[in-house]
Design a protein around this ligand. Structure first.
Ligand SMILES: [Fe+2]
Ligand SMILES: [Fe+2]
Length: 266
């Protein structure tokens, strides 16, 4: 499949994934979370029994629970191959499970980084962190062979996954993730943070949020993969550490704490 064909094929799949119609109404036009977001979440759940069940399982109606339910529901749908697909079901399930675990840790890590750095909207940091790699879930499911070929290149040549994807496809998972955010009706600054989590210098709407997601992702990879902070696989933009001015040990602690939260959730 040519690159443009692959991109349009994936985008058509994004459009078919479940969305929550009232999600867009949780933020106002300036991108501020509505004060009655909890009521709005309750009415979204009332109109969507599957979502309601998933939120209820977590025991609370909060923005966190709703986003976790939406993400889990989407990732679970993307775990199941249909007949005739050239997908190894066990491998796919493992890839999606690992991805969702990583995503949740990054969500909590970004929330903690937001608190630590004085970024006011810790909820948005959580949401952007939670969905930063959602494009990977689409690629894993619908471009299984292609993504596995790219993964072989990353380990053979110690390249970042997004770079190898760019070279192979002409786009990477951040692009697909941003389309997913638009499909869900998430506000532009969250979409931007997802789109540029590997290229934070390109952010214009909310630079701090994109930088938080960029750093949060690298920190979580640092502790999850036991890689150095300056690994080639997950390159950290050099100016970011100076900008945050948080000691490395403290950054590591924030990522470890985020990891513990997710471990406790199971
Ligand atoms: Fe990524
Ligand atoms: Fe990531």
């Amino acid at each position: 499949m040519a690159n443009t064909e692959l991109a349009s094929f994936l985008l058509s799949k994004v459009d078919q994934l479940p969305a929550v119609a009232s999600l867009a109404s949780l933020w106002d036009e300036s991108g501020t979370l509505m004060p009655d977001a909890i009521d709005r979440i309750q009415s979204a759940a009332a109109a969507d029994p599957v979502l309601a069940r998933m939120i209820q399982q977590s025991g609370e109606f909060t923005l966190h629970s709703m986003m976790m339910a939406l993400g889990l529901r989407t990732v679970e749908m993307l775990m199941t191959a249909t007949e005739g697909d050239r997908v190894n079901s066990e491998t796919l399930e493992l890839m999606q499970g690992n991805l969702w675990r990583h995503s949740r840790i990054v969500g909590y890590c970004c929330q903690a980084l937001a608190r630590e750095s004085g970024y006011r909207n810790t909820h948005d940091a959580f949401v952007a962190g939670l969905f930063h790699d959602i494009g990977k879930a689409v690629l894993n499911r619908y471009a299984f062979d292609e993504i596995n070929a790219v993964l072989r290149v990353t380990s053979a040549k110690a390249k970042a996954l997004f770079t190898a994807e760019d070279e192979a496809f002409g786009f990477n998972h951040s692009y697909i993730g941003a389309k997913m955010c638009t499909h869900w009706g998430l506000p532009p600054h969250i979409r931007e943070a997802v789109e540029h989590h590997h290229t934070p210098e390109k952010a214009t709407l909310d630079v701090s949020l994109t930088e938080i997601v960029h750093l949060g992702n690298v920190l979580v990879n640092w502790i999850q993969m036991k890689l150095g902070l300056k690994s080639n696989f997950y390159p950290l933009r050099p100016y970011i550490l100076d900008k945050f001015a948080i000691p490395t040990e403290r950054l590591r602690q924030l990522a470890e704490e985020a990891n513990e939260i997710v471990q406790r959730q199971g």
